[in-house]
Design a protein around this ligand. Structure first.
Ligand code: FES
Ligand code: FES
Length: 155
């Protein structure tokens, strides 16, 4: 069966039974390997991508359920929030092993697109589904505050 998948503003035709998790379509068929496999059961956030702007766990979404959405991966993420977060991530030396980081960034982008002045509680809530074996949580929180300060309020 053929499915049309919109990823990073490009349409792709995927031959599949529709049950393959979106994560594996992105990684194995489209070579978008910035999105990582951690747990496979929607518990770690390493596989986070955006579906219509919302952070979702791609390991737990079958291909057939993703065809009506605009999908954005870390490779296609852009905009002022992404730029501010990437700058802040570097300034705060957030990445350690790096494995969780694309998922962390995708969740942080979604947060700042809806809340330019997040509190610690807002950040902890938004990021609670993204685990980090290297325990970079304090750096992530500081970097998100820094990015929010860079962005200021929307015009
Ligand atoms: S790999 Fe998807 S949440 Fe862990
Ligand atoms: S930086 Fe290593 S798992 Fe998060």
């Amino acid at each position: 069966m053929s499915f049309v998948l919109s990823v990073n503003d490009q349409a792709h035709i995927i031959e599949d039974d529709g049950e393959t998790p979106l994560l594996w379509v992105l990684r194995d068929r489209l070579n978008l390997t910035g999105t990582k496999y951690g747990c496979g059961i929607a518990q770690c956030g390493a596989c986070t991508v955006h579906l219509d702007g919302q952070p979702k766990r791609s390991c737990s979404i079958p291909l057939k359920a993703a065809t009506s959405s605009q999908i954005t991966t870390i490779e296609g993420a852009e905009g002022e929030e992404v730029t501010a977060l990437r700058n802040a991530w570097g300034a705060h030396d957030v990445p350690q092993c790096g494995f969780c980081q694309s998922g962390q960034i995708m969740s942080a982008v979604a947060l700042l697109r809806q809340n330019r002045t997040p509190t610690d509680t807002d950040i902890d809530h938004a990021m609670s589904g993204n685990l980090c074996r290297c325990a970079t949580y304090n750096r992530i929180r500081a970097a998100i505050h820094d990015a929010a300060a860079q962005l200021g309020q929307p015009a």
